[in-house]
Design a protein around this ligand. Structure first.
Ligand SMILES: NC(=O)c1ccc[n+]([C@@H]2O[C@H](COP(=O)([O-])OP(=O)(O)OC[C@H]3O[C@@H](n4cnc5c(N)ncnc54)[C@H](OP(=O)(O)O)[C@@H]3O)[C@@H](O)[C@H]2O)c1
Length: 331
């Protein structure tokens, strides 16, 4: 692959996030949508009608085509299966979050990535936004000291009763769907967790609320997440010489305030263009063009740390998905 080569994407799954990915792709230089597969041929056809590309008749035909990379946009339970198939077929993979439903599943994906020698990245969007990058730069130039405490949350108020989020068979619940964002923030600023404590509520086999306290190598974190509760949260990062607030809907970060203990306030405002998924996609394409196997921003170890923490939180709440029964010792 050359440094200017166009990246041809195939998409597996054509629901809500796949549509946002395709919209974002139009804002990424040197990338195009080539193939789409959904288990409903009609839905694939509708998607191609809206965004271009060709309908793949099967996952196998999509993977056998001349695409360079696969974007996986199905529910969590099939992420590992499709990632492994795509990597084994020699394709790079950008997989929606969570990259897998447990650490055990993630390790199988990363093992296949290593055997195939192909790029794998979890699609965790916030660190690629201009605001988040600007925040990192600003704190490097004008530091508040190492972040020692992270507090954030995300919960969704208006979840339809028939949503995949309420289905244990689809690994529903708040932790894996939206808790993963807060967990990312904690891991990104504090490193891997050493101890995880959780309280919450489980209903019909999925976690509908969780409050996680975790101790990390760099400090402490408090993260909440849930379903049926309004929480378009901000995020707070605290250090010895100041703190940062990333404002509401921090996972789509556009505004932040840095408050220094000497009284100064620095306001950051970096509007996101293209819907936001385009930034992670552009980064992924650059990694692919330059022959990288993982992202330095969203590394395999970061993905491991996130799902390990979520495994502990889920275990603490006693959430075992139906497809895990009998193998629960593995989480
Ligand atoms: N990064 C972000 O900002 C973000 C935001 C939302 C979601 N996500 C992630 O994206 C993933 C999908 O979420 P979504 O909201 O897009 O869900 P969705 O709207 O329900 O779409 C899921 C898609 O996957 C298909 N599908 C379902 N089960 C499948 C299976 N076993 N094999 C193959 N295809 C299957 C569905 O097909 P049918 O159309 O036939 O049902 C649908 O096209 C989740 O893992 C979620 O965590 C990420």
């Amino acid at each position: 692959m050359t440094t200017s080569q166009e990246i041809r994407f195939g998409i597996i799954g054509s629901g809500g996030i796949a549509r946002r990915f395709a919209q974002g792709l139009a804002h990424v230089d040197g990338a195009k949508l080539t193939q789409v597969w959904n288990r409903s041929a009609q839905k694939s056809q509708d998607f191609v009608g809206d965004f271009g590309g060709h309908v793949a008749e099967s996952v196998e035909s999509l993977l056998a085509s001349d695409i360079d990379a696969v974007y996986i946009a199905t529910p969590h339970t099939s992420h590992a299966q499709y990632s492994i198939a795509a990597l084994a077929a020699g394709k790079a993979v950008l997989c929606e979050k969570p990259a897998a439903v447990s650490l055990g599943e993630l390790e199988a994906v990363l093992a296949q990535a290593a055997v195939s020698g192909k790029l794998f990245m979890e699609a965790m969007k916030p660190p690629f936004y201009p605001l988040y990058r600007k925040l990192r730069e600003t704190l490097l130039a004008d530091p508040i000291g190492p972040v020692q405490f992270v507090r954030t949350g995300f919960s969704i108020p208006d979840v339809e009763p028939d949503s995949r989020l309420y289905q244990p068979d689809l690994a529903g619940g708040g932790l894996l769907d939206v808790g993963v964002y807060g967990v990312f923030l904690s891991v990104d600023w504090l490193g891997a967790a050493k101890d995880v404590q959780v309280q919450g509520r489980v209903a019909a086999g999925v976690d509908t609320f969780a409050a996680i306290n975790s101790q990390h190598h760099g400090g402490w974190s408090q993260v909440y997440c849930g379903l049926g509760l309004s929480g378009a949260g901000d995020a707070m990062l605290a250090a010895a010489n100041g703190h940062v607030v990333i404002h509401e809907k921090w996972w789509h970060p556009e505004r932040a305030t840095i408050c220094y203990t000497d009284g100064r306030k620095v306001e950051l405002h970096e509007p996101a263009e293209g819907g936001g998924l385009n930034y992670e996609t552009a980064h992924f394409c650059e990694l692919l063009r330059t022959g990288k196997l993982q992202s330095p921003v969203l590394s395999h170890e970061t993905s491991r740390s996130m799902i390990r923490l979520l495994d502990h939180a889920r275990e603490g709440l006693g959430v075992v998905y139906p497809f895990e029964r009998g193998i629960i010792g593995s989480i």
